[in-house]
Design a protein around this ligand. Structure first.
Ligand SMILES: NC(=O)c1ccc[n+]([C@@H]2O[C@H](COP(=O)([O-])OP(=O)(O)OC[C@H]3O[C@@H](n4cnc5c(N)ncnc54)[C@H](OP(=O)(O)O)[C@@H]3O)[C@@H](O)[C@H]2O)c1
Length: 270
């Protein structure tokens, strides 16, 4: 499995997204994903599946090889809540430590330094190995890096239809990995004619072209699927290379307004 290395921490380039996966199906799918080679699983307090993700990882017998991310929900970003909710996440996962702990979405009602300070304490206490952020704008990412120079990633929406050049440049400046969520645009990359045509030239599906386009730029991807057969498909992207012309053509599909995840979605911040 290809990895990116950030500040000495290795992040597998392809991970399994688990939003919407629940119960026994979630545990079984996580276990199967690890069996076929996944070494990176993405969970969150908000997904309500940390227990099942932990079960699947432990059932695989390969806990020591797998990097598991979880995310603190925006209502838990005050220092005391960071501490208690993260310890609860760790109990649910059933591990000795979380591998990567992220702020899920920024919460303007809580000073960023307070949240990152509490997360750093948890890192020093061994509750999590690494910390990072998600859904941070370029300005917020710069602020976060000043406060906590050891953050390792910014997880953001990223796929061929959304132009994230500015965020990618900011991640590179800050020396953090960009982790792409919704990397196949919630499935809609699969029906795109340009991606299908480029895929046909390589014997690959449009979804695989979307994932290859991102990983070829060093962007980590965390596609979600509920189907075992697609687990393999979404990993089989390292045996071919897109040409510069193909990369440019795919980039041409993107726009600044190509977001599919609603940023006006507002958690209960008060
Ligand atoms: N940090 C954040 O705020 C945030 C926000 C959103 C998501 N995320 C994370 O990112 C992960 C992925 O994002 P996402 O779930 O929004 O979208 P996604 O991974 O881009 O798309 C998932 C959808 O694509 C379908 N799919 C998967 N593989 C496919 C393939 N090879 N061909 C065709 N269709 C395919 C899946 O359907 P089937 O199940 O039928 O295969 C599912 O409906 C999430 O699960 C979550 O872990 C994080």
């Amino acid at each position: 499995m290809s990895v990116v290395e950030v500040k000495g921490f290795r992040i597998p380039l392809v991970g399994l997204g688990t939003w919407t996966l629940r119960g026994r199906d979630c545990a079984r799918l996580v276990e199967e994903a690890i069996r076929i080679g996944y070494r990176h699983i993405d969970s969150a307090q908000m997904y309500g599946n940390e227990r099942e993700v932990g079960e699947g990882v432990r059932a695989s017998g390969l806990r020591h090889e797998v990097m598991v991310t979880t995310k603190i929900q925006p209502t838990n970003l005050a220092p005391r809540d960071v501490e208690s909710s993260t310890r609860e996440s760790l109990r649910a996962l059933g591990f000795d430590a979380i591998d990567l702990l992220l702020i899920h979405w920024p919460n303007p009602g809580v000073p960023l330094a307070d949240t990152l300070g509490a997360m750093s304490k948890l890192k020093h206490a061994g509750v999590t190995r690494q910390i990072g952020v998600s859904n941070f704008t370029t300005a917020l990412l710069e602020e976060a890096s000043r406060i906590a120079p050891d953050i390792v990633c910014n997880q953001v929406e990223c796929h061929p239809f959304l132009n994230q050049d500015k965020v990618l440049a900011a991640c590179r400046r800050a020396g953090v990995a960009m982790v792409a969520y919704s990397p196949i645009a919630r499935g809609s990359a699969a029906g795109n004619k340009v991606l299908e045509r480029i895929g046909a030239a390589h014997g690959k599906s449009a979804a695989q072209i979307s994932l290859r386009y991102l990983t070829q730029q060093g962007i980590v991807v965390i596609p979600r699927t509920s189907k075992v057969e697609r687990l393999k498909e979404n990993m089989a992207i390292f045996d071919f290379e897109l040409t510069d012309a193909e990369m440019r053509e795919i980039h041409g599909l993107s726009s600044r307004s190509g977001r599919i995840v609603d940023w006006n979605w507002s958690p209960q911040w008060d």
